[in-house]
Design a protein around this ligand. Sequence first.
Ligand SMILES: [Zn+2]
Length: 107
Amino acid sequence: MRYKFCPKCRKAYIKSRLEGDRCIYCNGECETLEVKRSGLYFFGYAMMVLGAISAFVPRFMEVTGDSFFVWFGIALVVAGSVFVVVASTAMAKKAVRMAIAKNDSEE
Ligand SMILES: [Zn+2]
């Protein structure tokens, strides 16, 4: 996943395709960093996908206890999104550390 790091703001955030290389906060020059998605990120993502599938099961199939599938699905999506947010925050912190380490070694 690509992150932008602004040395002025000391902030790293996910780079979107639509944005240029300028910081969205101060419009300064940003560095682009490549941070590997963590296992936790994939885990959270998989939970969200499973949750979404589970919530839709009663729409396509005759199952006993449809509300269980729906609530279980919603719970998985919510829990999964929490993992994704936690993992994204950790990845942004890693991007900041990488940028600082890189700049230190260049000076
Ligand atoms: Zn900035």
